[in-house]
Design a protein around this ligand. Structure first.
Ligand code: KIV
Ligand code: ZN
Length: 388
């Protein structure tokens, strides 16, 4: 089975920060219960100090969720941490997620501070959070652009102060996969107490590398991935939950597994898309409308002979409707014959040769040839009578 990678879902926190995706308490609670049923290990329910509504959402989720850890975000500020702890009071497994920016951009521009001052604030925050729960996660915001030796000093100090999970966010989605992987390996090799904490990857998708970076992190020693359904999140989004889960599932050779029920991936993707009114791009991996559609003649022919020629995932495994053969002007005779057969028409090779010409006429006019077009072609088709 290999080693478990914990799935930390932040759809309700980083995902909900997307303009237009804000949810009320009822909607958040409904999704939290679905995320728990999906099998995620940790649900980041919100940022309790940010608004009374978010406090209420975290509190309700903390009361309702039975198996997953429920997490609340805070800055490295005493009041934030206290409010997060209060919102999590009823959780079976509460986690406080606290942290501070560690890159020079943050230290100088945001805090006008020194590295030592930031390190001390990080330590104070973790110590304070440990008064409320034994499960404290520390985030080093913009770790992706933080120089590794300083990052290692901060991580060592927060673990010594009681952090049980250390989150290494690539907040701006800047790192290349090998750089992010090397950063995690650097921490593994240079932080003496690193074995006392779980390393977490939190990657943003500004360069489209969030999934690749999270996987590079895991290969180099991280054991938690922070992600969102449909990859929702600030700007270009976060690591997509369905992608990382299926990467680890497909590449069993890497030696990792998650507790996620993969058949729920498409249903939850639709739920999130509907409730947040955020359409999923059709070519999105795993959950996009075209993820299992085949439209070119070469692919269709291969797929009809053996699905594995052009599909690495069985759609049922991820709860998708099934593979689709889409008829377009790029489709071939095998696909046309297949679709006619599915509609109950029995045609031989010659029939298909003739019908294919009318099909191309229609296909050049339309983006997709539909069932009604096929019926019309069949009605119009008068096969030559067989020779006596
Ligand atoms: O991207 C980020 O750095 C974050 C932290 C608050 C964890 O979302
Ligand atoms: Zn983030």
């Amino acid at each position: 089975m290999g080693q478990q990678v914990y799935i930390f879902d932040t759809t309700l926190r980083d995902g909900e920060q997307v303009p237009g995706c804000k949810l009320n308490t009822k909607e958040k609670l409904e999704l939290a219960l679905k995320l728990e049923a999906l099998g995620v290990d940790i649900i980041e329910a919100g940022f309790p100090i940010s608004s009374p509504g978010d406090f209420e959402s975290v509190e309700q989720i903390a009361k309702a969720v039975k198996n997953a850890t429920v997490c609340g975000l805070s800055r490295a500020v005493q009041k934030d941490i206290e409010v997060a702890a209060q919102a999590l009071k009823y959780a079976k497994r509460p986690r406080i997620h606290t942290g501070i920016g560690t890159s020079d951009f943050h230290i100088k521009a945001k805090f006008n501070a020194t590295q030592d001052e930031i390190l001390s604030r990080a330590v104070q925050a973790v110590k304070w959070a440990r008064n409320f729960t034994d499960d404290v996660e520390f985030y080093a915001e913009d770790a992706g652009r933080t120089e590794n030796t300083y990052l290692a000093r901060v991580i060592e100090a927060v673990i010594a102060a009681g952090a049980t999970v250390v989150n290494i966010p690539d907040t701006t989605g800047y790192c290349l996969p090998h750089q992010y992987g090397e950063k995690i390996a650097f921490l593994k090799n240079n932080v003496p107490n690193i074995d006392k904490a779980v390393i977490s990857c939190h990657c943003h998708n500004d360069l489209g590398l969030a999934t690749a970076n999270a996987i590079a992190g895991v290969i180099n020693g991280a054991r938690q991935i922070e992600c969102t359904v449909n990859g929702l999140g600030e700007r270009a989004g976060n690591t997509s939950l369905e992608e990382v889960v299926m990467v680890l599932q497909q590449h069993k050779d890497l030696g990792f597994y998650t507790q996620v029920q993969t058949q729920q991936l498409n249903p939850i993707s639709r739920e999130v898309s509907d409730i947040m009114r955020m359409p999923v791009q059709p070519n999105k991996a795993i959950v996009g409308a075209n993820a299992f559609s085949h439209s070119s003649g070469i692919h269709q022919d291969g797929f009809l002979k053996d699905a594995q020629t052009y599909e690495i995932i069985n759609p049922e495994e991820v709860g998708a409707e099934g593979s689709k053969i889409v008829l377009t002007a790029r489709s071939g005779r095998s696909a046309l014959a297949h679709r006619f057969q599915k509609l109950g028409y029995q045609y031989n090779r010659n029939d298909i040769d003739v019908l294919y010409q009318s099909f191309l006429q229609v296909a050049d006019r339309k983006k997709e040839v539909e069932e009604s077009d096929l019926h019309a072609m069949a009605q119009a088709y008068k096969p030559e009578p067989a020779m006596a």
